[in-house]
Design a protein around this ligand. Sequence first.
Ligand code: ADP
Length: 470
Amino acid sequence: MNITHISAECYPIAKVGGLADVVGALPKYLNSKITKTQVIMPFYNNSFTNSNTFKSVFKSKIKLGNQDVAFNIKTLVNNTLDFNIYFIDIPEFLFKEYVYSSNDTERFLAFQIAALDWLLSQDTKPDVIHCHDHHTGLIPFMLQESYKYNILNNIPNVFTIHNAQYQGSFSHDNMSLIPEFNFGKVGLLDWNGQINPLAAAIKCAWAVTTVSPSYMAELTTKANGLETLLKAEQQKCYGILNGIDWKVWNPETDSFIVENYTVKTAQKGRLANKKYLCDKFNLDINKPLFGFIGRLVYEKGSDIFPDTFKQSLTSKNHTVLLLGSGDKNQEEAFINLKNNNEGLYNTFIGYNEALSHIVYAGADFLLMPSRVEPCGLNQMYALRYGTIPIVRSTGGLKDTVIDMALPNGFGFCHENVEPQEIINNINRAVKLYNNKKEFNNVRKKIMNIDHSWDASAKEYIKLYNSLNQI
Ligand code: ADP
């Protein structure tokens, strides 16, 4: 079976969040079980594209409204990824230093049209087209309704919602950018008076998946306006928990971390990583270290950290290190929190892949007070590295973390995004940390939990097979 993934992000080429990790990992696991998987993504102006060599395999022009826009399909000369990858190079739209901006309508429409034009030109067509998030949300519609893609419309397509908060809506005034389609079907594009790529994908895709069973259930009551649509389309919706890339996220081999370790050597290896963090960020190594890694946006609940730590750090019995970037008010509040908390608190504002790995390897606990967390990869990385998660029970966090008070529990859970609830769990965690025997037992237990892609990839294959039999 030939599977083609189309996505705006793919690790290690371009990463903003979990979407990249998933699209960089799932194809590897599918490849080991299915004949061939390829990823199509934009060609950005970033460190990966600047430090690798590419060759052109196809050139053509798309029509974007009245404009003729030239595009070039490139591939890697030395591909060390475990799957085929093709880049859509459209210099004027996609070749930017960023992945997303505030005005992406034309950029990602050009990307989607070029991807389909290229598939159209190929003799061998994919058996399944798998699209990810709203940047590729118009593909299921175009496959079904745009005249020029008629020949592709019997190819099953799967659409995965990684985050329903972002929908990519734009005005009907831009409708002429979409390749000509049967106007009687314009309703498929519309949601609340706008063209909504996420809604169009949910309506038109053969199957819709989300990244955890609990998030799938939540979307019928909380989907940023798409609740009724998701309820109506339930029969073709599936919640499949993401896995983690066992090869990239492995404390035994991870080249980003200060000292590698196994379950057996975790105590020593993790201490070396904690020491690095404590030296670099001036934190007391003898106290339990609570970490956070993430985009500083409302959904992540990180806005309540300043209030939380102003209170919790008065106890002086723990330390905190926050890594993230995003909302400028949050960034400023994180920096201001350094005042009066020297030796107990620090923050790194920015995106730093290497540092994130060291935090997973060196922090004792990882905080995730998310308001919305479709799957969440951080808690699964934390488990693999032996860092105990403290999470708000929502979405994928609910599916992957069991509170210590329950049978087989190993983490700390809270129900609400409230400073006091986090503080209560920090207190429980400090108590556990001070009971060294129990703390080490929990650490051993979590490092042995298997969240590799194997199980989830099998679910996707089952879905692809079922669609090919329709
Ligand atoms: P989301 O996709 O909503 O951002 P996920 O939990 O699915 O959340 O994935 C987040 C990914 O991004 C993880 O790999 C995490 O380590 C990484 N990440 C987030 N913020 C940063 C940062 N500031 N520096 C390094 N890595 C980050």
